[in-house]
Write a protein that binds this ligand. Sequence first.
Ligand code: ADP
Ligand code: GLC
Length: 486
Amino acid sequence: MRVLFATSEAFPLIKTGGLADVSGALPKAIRQLSTFKGDIKLVMPGYSAVLAKLKHVETIANIDVLGETCTILTGTIPGTVLDVIAIKNEALYERAGGPYSDENGKDWLDNALRFGVLSRVASLLCSANSPLPNWQPDLIQCNDWQTGLAPAYMKLLDNSTTKSIFSIHNLAFQGNFHANWLTRLELPAAHFQINGFEYFEQISFLKAGLFYADQLSTVSPTYAQEIQTESLGFGLQGLLQTRSNDLTGILNGIDTQEWNPELDTHLPKNYSNQRITGKSAVKKKLQQQLGFQIDAHAPLLGIVSRLTHQKGLDLLPSIMPQLINQGCQFVILGSGDKALEASFTDLAKRFSDQVSMNIGYHEHLSHNIIAGADIFIMPSRFEPCGLNQLYGLAYGTPPIVTATGGLADSVTDTNDATFKNNTATGFVLKSVTSASLLTTIQRALKIWKDKTDWRKIQKNGMSREVSWEFSAQFYLDLYKKTLSTH
Ligand code: ADP
Ligand code: GLC
């Protein structure tokens, strides 16, 4: 079985969020399954960071894609045997700033073309005109809107025999562009309609993926249900309902080489479920680095997140003073919403020895927060899967979450029954409000004070199966199902 995995980011080459974690880990995990007989390659844009990090790079071909001359390169991800097909086009991809936006956070104006080219190359690799003619994929897995046009090109332009899966990591990002782009993207105008890639008079990359792919998947069973409803369907619930039989929800796993307290090279001390003592050394070092009082009895609450409406962290600032009064310490890492950045910065100024606000993206600090904090806070309004709560579970840092998407599927609230039967792993809000967040944090703190009870919750989380191996098997089943569709 040859599988092409199309994505706009992959750890450790380039990362803005969970999609990179999944793209870096899932193909690797599938390859390692003893039941998988085949090969997987990634296809992605050759951003500067990607070109700098790829190993064993070879030039395969120069091709014309949507009027752009692109060089197709192959290489491997450092430390792995995973092959990557990178699309090199200096003007499109080698820019200062992020993969989707400039240094000020403003979306690149030519994203339609940048990801149109990604989608078109992915589809060409599955066609008779492939730049890699000796490697014809049986199946392509496309991820999020950036690759959504690939299934459309495959059906409408190439008559491709390769089967396709479109995986939804976040329905909120849709890649909707003005109809003026039709010609430039070489999309047949006849399909710019409701039974096609048109969405409220715009070209929708996301809808194209949902409409034309043979099978659909998303990153948790609960989110697979939620996106078929008006409240979380972002206007696409009707289409998703009609494709309900083709939609599978598979919970993400974690890369246990990258996210493992026993091996994590970012930590000053490693620890495990059997030998948890090292965790307090990580907390101590973190408290010291942040300029907090070094105190094992002060609860340290951690946050690592994009600061957007989705993540619900705007519920936190108003209740922080009360918790700070009770002795809580807060370490926040993230960026996004400027007003929210400012509220946390303001609190960090007022309570500099109890609040630390770190704006930006820091891999090293993120590992130390997940490991060093006592409790991880993630009150998302919606969450397709979420990886940080999984990292929290694996690191003995019980998460406080809302009952949505992958959070509902991965965290079990602590109550009398779940505590007794050893299934309690975290704390779930009753509603998405500041009041409920406060009550839930207070509930967690009360148990935290009893070290024996807390240890039990940590143990439950740390022994929960969160590795990719488990989820990869479900993807392999989906691959097989997709290959048998007509
Ligand atoms: P999403 O993809 O919606 O942002 P996830 O929880 O699935 O949410 O994944 C987020 C990933 O990005 C995690 O690996 C998390 O550790 C990482 N991350 C988010 N913000 C930062 C940051 N500011 N610095 C470092 N890592 C971050
Ligand atoms: C998206 C979602 C997040 C998910 C990640 C990887 O960014 O917001 O919930 O974990 O994709 O699938």
